[in-house]
Design a protein around this ligand. Structure first.
Ligand SMILES: [Zn+2]
Length: 375
């Protein structure tokens, strides 16, 4: 992450970044599972500790960001590695003009490329204000953008150390790229190359968790923790299917069932999940849509159309594979019914398209069946 001075910003951006078109609503650029893991396994935990150079206020702010903000399900419901104080990688706080990663003199944080390394990773944070950067300030030093200490610095711009270490940890765990979608005030990602200031980006300057397209990329690479929560609104271009981006599929185990018309039940089962379309969906493929309500419609066989009101509902469960919904049916009269089930999206599900309809029939019959008890 870099702090760019306005006078040199454009030139440096063009020097350092390959110009490219980036569509909005795209999972963060360059996403990759840098800490490989088994599909549907719980998140691994990366430890972290601080070099003796790090002041206490920074230890507190970084620890809060990584332990309380990083995996807050409001921003990050992915199975990207969790972070826990103790052991593991190292955080440094240094007054030096050139980035320890690239030599860039406009740096304020950096993360060397150590894919999959659980103990050797590092995050460097620049000491601010300092002799090498006398006009830049960390808000969290004194919980103010004002330089309230009686020191020699004349500060003019103010950054969040929580936001910067969130950005650097995303480099460590998810992507080596920067992502310009939405600009430095983006509400899509914290991975812009330019660090937003408190004045310039009042909504996101102090983000200590993912924005929606960071989360979308992390979900594609690591999977989903709580399958009952809604998906972020950032799949419209990748995988970019249907109106919202992620397709859902509803299945039923059989197209036809039969049961005795004596009140005994027949249980119909199936699966409601994200499309199982490897590799486009990566770790999201076939994720169960736990907690979603499936509407089931019924009509007598031979009647032309289903009523508009559901006959009943079923709720999808959390099984990683196989059937995750079921519903039992019975009748005390001999009749054949047709059923149609569908899951319908809503404004509360900005990433998910409605499912296909699944249909089946049940013939309730008396032949070969014991009689129902007389009443
Ligand atoms: Zn960066």
């Amino acid at each position: 992450m870099r702090r760019l001075l306005p006078a040199v910003a454009a030139g440096l951006l063009f020097l350092l970044a390959t110009p490219r078109l980036v569509a909005a609503n795209t999972p963060v650029a360059g996403h990759d599972d840098r800490y490989p893991h088994a599909t549907n396994a719980p998140p691994i935990t990366l430890g972290f500790h601080f070099h003796t150079s790090v002041p206490a206020w920074a230890v507190t702010a970084v620890t809060n960001a990584w332990q309380n903000g990083w995996d807050d399900p409001d921003g990050n419901n992915s199975r990207i590695p969790k972070l826990s104080s103790g052991g593991g990688g190292t955080v440094y706080y240094q007054d030096r003009s050139g980035s320890p990663c690239t030599g860039d003199t406009n740096w304020i944080g950096c993360n060397p490329n150590t894919p999959g390394d659980r103990t050797g990773w590092a995050v460097y944070v620049r000491a601010l204000p300092s002799d090498s950067a006398p006009s830049w300030m960390w808000f969290h030093r004194d919980a103010t953008c004002a330089d309230v200490r009686d020191d020699k610095y004349d500060t003019s711009v103010c950054f969040s150390i929580k936001r910067v270490v969130t950005h650097e940890m995303e480099h460590n765990t998810l992507t080596r790229s920067h992502d310009p979608q939405g600009g430095s005030a983006s509400r899509d990602t914290v991975m812009n190359a330019v660090t937003p200031t408190r004045n310039g980006s009042p909504d996101t300057w102090n983000a200590d968790s993912f924005l929606r397209c960071d989360e979308a990329g992390a979900m594609m690479e690591y999977g989903v923790v709580d399958r009952t929560l809604s998906y972020p609104d950032c799949f419209a271009t990748v995988p970019g299917e249907g109106a919202k981006g992620l397709n859902t599929t509803l299945s039923v185990a059989s197209a036809s069932y039969s049961a005795c018309a004596n009140g005994s039940t027949v249980t119909v089962t199936g699966r409601l999940a994200l499309q199982d379309d490897w590799p486009n969906y990566r770790y999201l493929a076939d994720t169960p849509l736990a907690g979603r309500t499936i509407n089931i419609y019924r009509k007598a066989s031979g009647v032309s159309s289903f009523p508009t009101t559901p006959f009943t509902t079923a709720t999808a469960g959390n099984a990683n594979s196989g059937d995750n919904w079921s519903r039992s049916f019975s009748s005390t009269s001999a009749i054949a019914y047709d059923y149609k089930a569908v899951w319908t999206t809503s404004s509360g599900e900005p990433g998910l398209n409605s499912s296909n309809a699944a249909t089946w029939s049940i013939r309730f019959q008396t032949a070969g069946c014991p009689l129902a008890a007389a009443k």
